[in-house]
Design a protein around this ligand. Sequence first.
Ligand code: FES
Length: 102
Amino acid sequence: MFDPIVPNTDPNAQVHFTFDGESIYTAPNTSVAAALLAAGHTWFRQMPVSGRQRGPFCMMGTCFDCLVEIDGITVQACVTTVTEGLNVTRVPQMHLQEGKFK
Ligand code: FES
């Protein structure tokens, strides 16, 4: 679905993080959204009222459809760079209803 402009072929130059407990490896300086899409994850949160699944749309920090939770803080995945050991999860629906967002 998404191919990097310059493919990372060096297996030692990868960053590891988890998404809902799944181990994911990606190239350094990749956004969380791009890394998750490349790993096959197309939705990151659900609409607070309807429960419909939402995933990245704009990839530039405008639509807020890419919200994820990292260490208990809700952030936009498309403007957050992956760093080693990040613990990324889908945002619990109740957090969105309560307006918890940084
Ligand atoms: S994809 Fe639109 S804000 Fe992240």
